[in-house]
Design a protein around this ligand. Sequence first.
Ligand code: OFO
Length: 165
Amino acid sequence: SLSDDTEEKLNKQIMMEGLSSARYLSMASWCDTRGYIKSAQFLYKHSEEERQHMLKLFAYINNAGGHALQPQITDIKHEFNSLREVFEEILDHEIEVTRSINDLVEHCFKNKDFTTFNFLQWFVTEQREEETLARRAVELFEIIGEEGIGLWTIDQEIAKLESEG
Ligand code: OFO
């Protein structure tokens, strides 16, 4: 079964995933109000995916005899200066999430909790994909440029990123 400190760290990861979900929902809504329709769709979907990541952790903790805790999520930002800022914040946030997963993986390895270590491999792979996706999104602003129909084009391209995976 889970050690107390592993359970606590897994609950911290629940907080990270819940925070991701909340942040992306807020970003989706902002994009929606600005006419960045494709980015909004992308972010609504991403928000839902983050909630699923969180629920995976709920199931794991509770099945292992622990207690998964609904996190307190506060200080959600509602306003952004630009679409670029939104995607730059996503990239920074995903890098932070990767760091948090890696710490958790290292902790499990050191404590010989190989079951949890194994469970976390899915997140390791997922983080690599999500970081790549966010990095590609940020790159679009450089490649396409924001002038003229640039922003409109970037918004269209965001929708295609996921399928290119
Ligand atoms: Fe965006 O990441 Fe969950 O894990």
